[in-house]
Write a protein that binds this ligand. Structure first.
Ligand SMILES: [Zn+2]
Length: 65
C-alpha cells in the first residue's frame, strides 16, 4: 500500500498534463527571453517531466540559469 502511494506521488498525471499543455523551451535563456518579449512577470523553471523549460506566473524559488 505504502509503495503504491509513493508511486502515485512520483508520477503526477496532473502535473504531466500541465507540462503537455505548456510551451517547451530548450534553455533557461530562451525561456527568459520569451517572458521578456511578452512583457509579463513570468518565471522559468526546469520541468521534471520533459527536461525542458516552461514559464509560469508563480514565483519559482530556485530559478536557475
Ligand atoms: Zn515539461
Amino acid at each position: 500500500m505504502a509503495r503504491n502511494e509513493k508511486q502515485r506521488r512520483e508520477f503526477d498525471p496532473e502535473r504531466q498534463a500541465r507540462c503537455l499543455s505548456k510551451v517547451r523551451y530548450e534553455s533557461a535563456r530562451i525561456a527568459r527571453k520569451r517572458a521578456e518579449a511578452r512583457g509579463l512577470p513570468l518565471y522559468h523553471y526546469r520541468c521534471p517531466h520533459c527536461g525542458f523549460w516552461h514559464l509560469t506566473k508563480k514565483r519559482v524559488p530556485h530559478a536557475a540559469g
